[in-house]
Ligand binder design. Structure first.
Ligand code: NAG
Length: 335
């Protein structure tokens, strides 16, 4: 064997080792307490955006949504969680290149192919990638204006235990049937959707790893229903803090309408209202109601709490809250 062959052999050996150890790291149990970061070590002044991506034909929209978040001064990094396991690797590497190009001069955008099709994977704690105290979980088809994103982050900053959202839904008791249902109330809400959900990074660990036997049972419900991971996160947080979420208003939202998240609120924009869609919406609500009943059964209690009103950013930096039609200072309003 000549020296050149030895050298080439060594290079391959080193590469294989590096590859093997990074794969071992990826296969690391995401719930291992040893790999979690201490909350105090995370940066409080910016957030990490976790965008769910699935649909190949929505990639142009995904690119523009990701680029808009990456340009925000309150965003440290953007992770695009790609949940479609059937997407060809060639398309994924092209997307990855385009995402990097879209983040030039702004916060880094990374493509993270999910290793399973489970909806629970969007809430996996990612201690290697998330360096901020807050995460914004959102979808690839909702565009929120930059000022409203910053406003929402400020609202979270003064209520770091609460979840902050822009789309509210409710649980309720159907008195005739004596069962929990999923619905929309005009004046109150107990659930925020993952179209825009801002929360403490620690809750990812609580969702994915907490709750013991009941927690595992609830995550199984999400897999069986292929739905409701957002509702479960609302259960997890409300159960921990005994308080509902905080809704903020956006100046401009463009919601390109994922029917999976569509609870049928009159606030939702750009909705096509045809008979087919509203029947699907009825089915969708029933399935979401079933999730609430299953979660309630597993937990043995109903942790969801109602919140009222919506924070709006109408007068410059001053946060004002709409309380029953009257604007009041949010400080006087939140608790
Ligand atoms: C990537 O960008 C190129 C150039 O704009 C475009 O033609 C292509 O369709 C994009 N592909 C993906 C997967 O984003």
């Amino acid at each position: 064997m000549n020296w050149c062959a030895v050298f080439v052999f060594c290079c391959f050996w080193v590469l294989a080792e590096v590859d093997g150890s990074s794969r071992r790291r990826l296969r690391h149990d995401p719930c291992d307490p040893g790999v979690q970061r201490r909350p105090e070590s995370l940066r409080p002044d910016q957030m990490t955006v976790l965008i769910n991506g699935y649909s190949e034909h929505r990639i142009p929209l995904l690119l523009s949504v990701a680029a808009a978040y990456s340009a925000s001064p309150v965003v440290a990094a953007v992770l695009v969680l790609w949940g479609n396991l059937g997407t060809p690797p060639r398309l994924l590497s092209e997307l990855s290149r385009n995402l990097s190009a879209a983040s030039l001069g702004a916060a880094r955008i990374s493509l993270v192919p999910q290793s399973s099709g489970s909806l629970n994977a969007r809430f996996l704690p990612r201690p290697l990638a998330i360096e901020t105290r807050a995460v914004l979980v959102c979808d690839d088809d909702v565009e929120v204006d930059a000022k409203s994103v910053e406003f929402a982050f400020r609202v979270w900053g003064s209520n770091p235990d609460r979840m902050v959202g822009m789309f509210g839904r409710s649980h309720d008791m159907d008195l005739a049937r004596k069962e929990w249902i999923y619905t929309v109330h005009p004046d109150r809400y107990s659930i925020v959707l993952t179209k825009f959900m801002l929360l403490k990074t620690q809750y990812l660990f609580g969702y994915s790893c907490g709750g013991g036997v009941a927690g595992a049972r609830m995550r199984r419900v999400v897999d069986e229903m292929s739905n409701c991971e957002d509702i479960l996160m609302n259960f997890v947080v409300a159960d921990e803090i005994n308080a509902g979420p905080v809704l903020v208003g956006a100046k401009r939202v463009r919601d390109y309408g994922d029917p999976r998240n569509d609870g049928g609120s009159s606030e939702d924009r750009d909705e096509v209202r045809d008979a087919g869609l509203s029947r699907r919406r009825g089915e969708h609500r029933k399935r979401r109601g079933q999730c609430i009943r299953e979660f309630h059964k597993a937990m043995g209690r109903m942790p969801l709490r109602y919140s009222y009103g919506k924070m709006v950013n109408s007068v410059g930096e001053q946060g004002l809250c709409n309380k029953g039609g009257q604007l009041v200072l949010c400080d006087q309003f939140l608790d």
